[in-house]
Design a protein around this ligand. Structure first.
Ligand code: RNT
Ligand code: ZN
Length: 425
């Protein structure tokens, strides 16, 4: 089909979708307009399997997280990573940010240890972000390092290691704040540490006391809010930390509330029957802002490519229903090396966007009215009806408006990129 015919088809389908939604009181144009508040922060680490650029052959090591697969084409240099992200940007509608880890600096063949990193190592990224009209986010890297091999970093009883990681995280906050200043756009610096133990520990208490003390030391330095937002991320268990994770949900929720920090909710970090969506309206009563790591947990793995499933639908619905889009920073977090990595980015990002669009296409007021009147059948029926409304046609139109490939057209684009770029690496 030629481009004009395709365009017409998408427009026609949108007009009919618009009518269909109008009949239940939903304004599709308004939903698309609200998508302006949905900025997705792309995690840089799907492009290279969480390797980073400290050494030419850097690989993810330890920390209880794992990448499996050896699909060709992974980014091996900063230039390749930027090329990949720019490609993703051209295939996704709406605003994107880039979320960097500290191991992705420009170290120019120098051995720069984590307690030595400086703004200069990230100046190239700041300039690139400016050129591409993207905000940045940041993360200390407290894994893939000999000082993390014993399983403890900020909660370590080894004072040498603990001090080393404190210095690293302090430097990350400084770098992140400078990124935010130069870009005039606040950077979320998210702290996740792997600390925990494989077997049942006796002394959980001391590790948690140490972690609290380390965080207090790290946050002693104040940075303007318009440049830096500090966030902490919990986890239930990891590979090698099955019996205890020091930074549990209770630990960080308490810390974030007491110290006015952001809490990061990674939906792969909870018990499978817990719903992160259900936590949002509770946590938002007590913290100003949230960070999401949208992902897909599968059995013991927490980092599969995001798809449009019930879990992320509920997360998006709860944020939209709470009118809290401006209080939620939306990030992605997954890494799969068994398929085309650009495809993984685009499919996952589109799925997350679709969840928010789907939530915005809800007649919340009507549903609430039914609920308040005790009309539970009517509420259930309407929720079910919404599942077969033509939201795909609305998303297609949103893509068309943003000049990015509509629906299956992006598959071809990625295949071409694989042939012309990825397979030549
Ligand atoms: C690990 C956490 C963390 C990491 C990234 C790479 O379980 O989810 O967010 O995935 O920092
Ligand atoms: Zn995460």
């Amino acid at each position: 089909m030629n481009i004009m015919a395709k365009k017409e088809l998408v427009e026609k389908a949108y007009q009919s979708a618009k009518e269909s939604y109008k009949s239940i009181g939903i304004d599709t144009d308004a939903a698309i307009e609200k998508m302006k508040d949905v900025t997705i922060s792309l995690h840089c680490w799907q492009a290279d399997d969480v390797g980073g650029f400290e050494t030419p052959d850097a690989e993810l090591g330890g920390g209880g997280i794992q990448v499996t697969g050896n699909y060709p084409g992974k980014a091996r240099t900063i230039a390749q990573l930027r090329q990949d992200i720019e490609k993703v940007k051209s295939l996704v509608p709406g605003k994107l940010r880039l979320n960097l880890h500290a191991i992705y600096g420009d170290f120019r063949n120098e051995r720069v240890d984590r307690d030595q990193i400086e703004v200069k190592h990230f100046q190239g990224w700041i300039d690139w972000a400016k050129q591409n009209g993207m905000g940045l986010d940041f993360n200390p890297t407290c894994f893939s390092h000999p000082y993390a091999d014993e399983g403890f970093t900020l909660s370590s009883k080894n004072e040498k290691y603990r001090k080393f990681w404190i210095e690293h995280v302090k430097r990350c906050r400084k770098i992140a704040a400078e990124m935010g200043r130069q870009l005039n756009n606040p950077v979320v610096n998210n702290i996740w540490i792997p600390d925990g133990s494989k077997d049942t520990p006796v002394d959980r208490y001391t590790h948690r006391t140490i972690l609290k003390k380390s965080l207090d030391e790290i946050f002693a330095e104040q940075y303007p809010k318009q440049y830096l937002k500090d966030s902490v991320e919990s986890k239930l268990f990891g590979i090698g930390s099955e019996s205890m994770v020091v930074g549990s949900h209770e630990f960080y929720l308490g810390y974030a509330i007491q110290n006015k920090k952001l809490i990061c909710l990674d939906n792969g970090h909870f018990h499978p029957t817990e719903q992160v969506g259900d936590k949002i309206s509770s946590i938002l009563q007590f913290v100003d802002e949230l960070l999401l790591h949208i992902t897909r947990g599968v059995r013991w793995d927490s980092d599969h490519v995001v798809i449009f499933n019930d879990e992320i639908q509920l997360i998006a619905q709860e944020i939209v229903r709470a009118k809290a889009l401006k209080r939620v920073n939306i990030g992605l977090d997954y890494f799969d090396a068994s398929l085309n990595r650009i495809g993984a980015y685009v499919t996952g990002t589109r799925a997350a966007q679709l969840a928010f669009l789907f939530a915005l296409l809800e007649t919340t007021e009507q549903l609430k009215a039914y609920e308040e009147a005790g009309k539970n059948f009517e509420r259930l029926a309407l929720l079910e009806i919404m599942k077969t409304k033509p939201f795909g046609a609305v998303y297609d139109f949103y893509c068309l408006m943003n000049n990015v490939p509509v629906a299956e057209d992006y598959i071809e684009e990625i295949k071409l990129y694989e042939k012309n770029v990825l397979l030549k690496r």
